[in-house]
Write a protein that binds this ligand. Structure first.
Ligand SMILES: *[C@@H]1O[C@H](CO)[C@@H](O)[C@H](O)[C@H]1NC(C)=O
Ligand SMILES: *[C@@H]1O[C@H](CO)[C@@H](O)[C@H](O)[C@H]1NC(C)=O
Ligand SMILES: *[C@@H]1O[C@H](CO)[C@@H](O)[C@H](O)[C@H]1NC(C)=O
Ligand SMILES: *[C@@H]1O[C@H](CO)[C@@H](O)[C@H](O)[C@H]1NC(C)=O
Ligand SMILES: *[C@@H]1O[C@H](CO)[C@@H](O)[C@H](O)[C@H]1NC(C)=O
Length: 388
């Protein structure tokens, strides 16, 4: 019942904010107010809707006269702010402890009863008709995203076919061409996000918020130029689960301009988590680039790992690995670079790599100063408490 009462609060408050000439909405709002008021009256004999006040330019105010014990936690203060004297006096009867305030609710939603809060979502498409509970015949447990341009459509088509119906397909379009993808049957079931000339991580930060992707066990955030002939997503998921990998990537075919030993596919095992690099590259065999390391072209995150990474913290080292028995080829097709006007091309490549270096430095500085700040604070707290 608390929910119903609060909903009414929202309706009537929004009605108060309406200008009187917004008559259609006002009528609907008023009607809803009456319906809710009626429901409360019916189902809560100890509360009576004693007055529906249509004074002051048809603004409905709903007056809950309190008649029982003050234990319901109903917030009528927000409902009953009007020039009407009777409303004010009746709300004054309610004690402050009757206001909903739940600090553990998400920030900004503290005044909502917990039962009404839906903090998470997904990308499942719904019908516009029928029962909501029957909308979904198949609820995908995994999410795969590709950052794509239309020119790579055939490769993406091949990639998507390696992912079963257990995967939601989400395409980030950096070239603004979206509707043309409907030539592929699967495209109509896919989610398309279009924003021109942005990088994969720009989309990921904005459209893969941990609360939005919370229903997916694993999230693939992949480039468009991967060769997936030797890759099967269901098999991959099985291996990642079996070996407890929170952050992983498929092994990379070694004959294609490989830079890191760690991500190179090994023929003799399912998964590896460490490697040896060229002498002098790794000060510690348990840290990157000799372990705990995947590249950004084809990472696969567990739900928890993505939550961490979205906030820019790395997951535990021993849960990072490369899946050898499902592997891919990095075809290295220059893609986003082609989006630049020809006359800027040369400068573009110089300035993009400059920008990359700059952003990497900025990121390292951010991590360092955030850690510094944290430990400094911790230090003063410790010294304060030892001083006492
Ligand atoms: C309540 O009404 C008074 C005037 O009647 C107004 O000053 C005040 O801002 C209102 N409060 C809210 C929360 O709307
Ligand atoms: C509220 O009622 C009091 C007397 O009970 C009156 O003096 C006052 O003017 C009224 N206020 C409004 C806004 O009607
Ligand atoms: C609120 O309730 C407490 C005890 O439940 C009581 O002591 C106090 O006077 C009440 N305040 C108002 C404004 O009714
Ligand atoms: C989807 O996942 C379920 C449960 O893990 C599995 O039984 C089923 O085989 C998967 N579907 C496909 C097409 O692999
Ligand atoms: C510790 O002491 C410093 C300086 O006296 C003060 O600014 C800071 O707020 C204190 N921290 C805590 C947690 O008490």
């Amino acid at each position: 019942m608390q929910n119903t009462v609060y909903i009414m609060g929202i309706f009537s408050r929004s009605a108060l904010n309406k200008k009187p000439n917004d008559s259609t909405r006002l009528i609907i709002t008023t009607f809803l107010g009456i319906v809710f008021g009626f429901l409360i009256g019916v189902s809560f004999p100890s509360l009576s809707v004693s007055k529906l006040n249509f004074a002051s330019g048809l603004l409905p105010t709903i007056d809950l006269s309190y008649m029982g014990e003050n234990k319901l936690g109903i917030s009528t203060h927000s409902v009953s702010n009007s020039s009407s004297n009777s409303t004010t006096s009746s709300s004054a009867k309610l004690n402050d402890t009757s206001k909903i305030w739940i600090p553990s609710n998400p920030r900004g939603a503290e005044r909502l009863p917990p039962g009404i809060i839906v903090a998470e979502s997904d990308f499942n498409l719904r019908r516009l008709w029928g029962k909501p509970s029957e909308d979904l015949t198949n609820i995908p447990k995994y999410l795969v995203t590709f950052t794509v341009g239309y020119n790579q459509r055939h490769n993406i088509d091949a990639c998507v076919k390696k992912f079963s119906a257990n995967f939601t397909i989400l395409l980030f379009h950096y070239d603004g061409r979206v509707s043309e993808w409907d030539q592929f049957e699967w495209s109509r079931q896919a989610i398309h996000v279009s924003a021109r000339k942005q990088t994969k991580w720009w989309y990921a930060k904005r459209f893969l918020h941990p609360y939005i992707v919370a229903s997916y066990d694993y999230i693939f955030i992949w480039d468009e130029d991967l060769g997936v002939e030797h890759f099967n997503a269901e098999e991959y998921i099985k291996l990642v689960k079996k070996h407890g990998l929170e952050l992983s990537q498929p092994g990379l075919e070694p004959n294609k301009g490989l830079t890191w030993q760690m991500t190179k596919r090994r023929g003799d095992q399912e998964v590896h988590k460490t490697t040896t690099e060229k002498p002098g590259w790794c000060t510690d065999p348990h840290v990157p680039p000799c372990a705990a390391f995947v590249e950004i072209m084809a990472p696969v995150f567990s739900r928890d790992a993505w939550r961490c990474v979205w906030y820019m913290i790395q997951p535990a080292h021993e849960k990072i690995g490369v899946v050898d028995s499902q592997w891919i080829v990095h075809q290295r097709v220059p893609s986003l670079g082609n989006q630049v006007e020809q006359e800027h091309h040369f400068y573009y490549f110089i300035s993009v790599s400059e920008r990359c270096r700059k952003e990497w430095t900025m990121f390292q500085n951010r991590v360092a100063s955030a850690e510094n700040e944290y430990f400094k604070k911790l230090g003063t707290m410790r010294s304060n408490s030892t001083a006492h």
